[in-house]
Design a protein around this ligand. Structure first.
Ligand code: SF4
Length: 301
């Protein structure tokens, strides 16, 4: 597997795609105040299409950003069998980006602790998170950038709803539990299909993601397939779902911690536009492929 840097494609369609992805990354960074002047951004690069795209976009955006920030590309070599450990160091060096490779044999720990046939991902992820946080502390990183994209976020939303009973996705910006680390997801607005097209055109030296031998979580596969089917058959639905995450109306959900339903009384100040008195009106939408709920004309007796 070669890690040389291929010339950036120059076709109009590629340049449009590049511009579109960089614009979305710039928007997400701006909307969530992800990166500021003087930040050190540790970009976690696994060797997959998403993290290569993330690094490439951040490097491009840094060139024209109004703020000055440092980028350090970081790869965690988990000593998985067959991991081509020469690829990323050579790639980073050819790119001329500051980088570090952290080698920790989490693979053996996971194999040792988890009985054969059981899913290994949760322990593996916990170990990886600990190493990433420790490394960020050691290099003084003020931001940890991960390559999760819009579709990862939506998959997580449905996984939590279907299997966890929670309305919860994956935030574009997250403070670690100890308050010490800021995790950012600059690809939060980018569609996986666009990232895949970009990565193919850029000919990134992709490292396979199944080296640990673990199967992708069956529930996630199921949700991914559902979203892909919606994406194929109902144009606009995935975009609408992503927009919905930014348009939450707590008074029309049922979480009394987010909205004081118990304290709601006649005579209270009316709610803001879109939040209030629509109880008897069927929602109407602009021309949209999303099916509009049909309400009965009268309540059957
Ligand atoms: S797929 Fe493998 S490397 Fe990825 S989290 Fe699961 S066990 Fe770890």
């Amino acid at each position: 597997m070669s890690a040389s840097i291929n010339p950036v494609p120059t076709s109009n369609s590629f340049l449009r795609l590049k511009k579109q992805i960089e614009r979305k990354v710039g928007e997400a960074i701006g909307d969530y105040n992800m990166i500021g002047n003087g930040d050190t951004v540790m970009v976690c690069v696994s060797g997959g299409k998403d993290s290569y795209t993330l690094l490439s976009c951040l490097l491009a955006l840094r060139e024209r950003a109004p703020v000055d920030f440092r980028i350090v590309a970081m790869n965690l070599d988990q000593r998985q069998p067959g991991f081509p450990d020469h690829v990323l160091p050579a790639y980073f060096a050819a790119l001329g980006v500051e980088h570090l490779i952290v080698t920790e044999d989490t693979y053996s720990i996971v194999k040792d602790k988890i009985p054969a046939g059981k899913t290994t991902c949760s322990l593996c992820s916990r170990l990886r998170r600990g190493i990433i946080y420790r490394t960020a502390r050691e290099i003084g990183a003020t931001r940890i950038a991960l390559g999760h994209h819009r579709d990862d976020i939506l998959e997580t939303l449905f996984l939590n709803m279907f299997f966890g009973g929670r309305l919860k996705a994956m935030p574009p910006k997250l403070l670690s539990d100890d308050g010490q680390h800021m995790v950012i997801r600059p690809l939060a607005y980018c569609a996986e299909a666009d990232i895949a097209r970009f990565a193919r055109a850029m000919e990134f030296p992709i490292i396979p993601c199944n080296l640990c031998g673990s199967q992708e979580n069956a529930q996630r596969q199921q949700v991914k397939a559902m979203l892909q089917e919606w994406g194929r058959n109902y144009p606009g639905r995935i975009e609408s779902l992503a927009t919905a995450l930014k348009n939450v109306v707590p008074s029309h959900l049922a979480d009394e911690r987010l909205f004081d339903f118990a304290g709601l009384e006649r005579g209270n100040t009316p709610l803001g536009a879109g939040e209030g008195d629509t109880v008897f009106d069927p929602p109407t939408f602009a021309a949209t492929p999303i099916p509009v709920p049909v309400f009965p004309r009268s309540i059957p007796s």
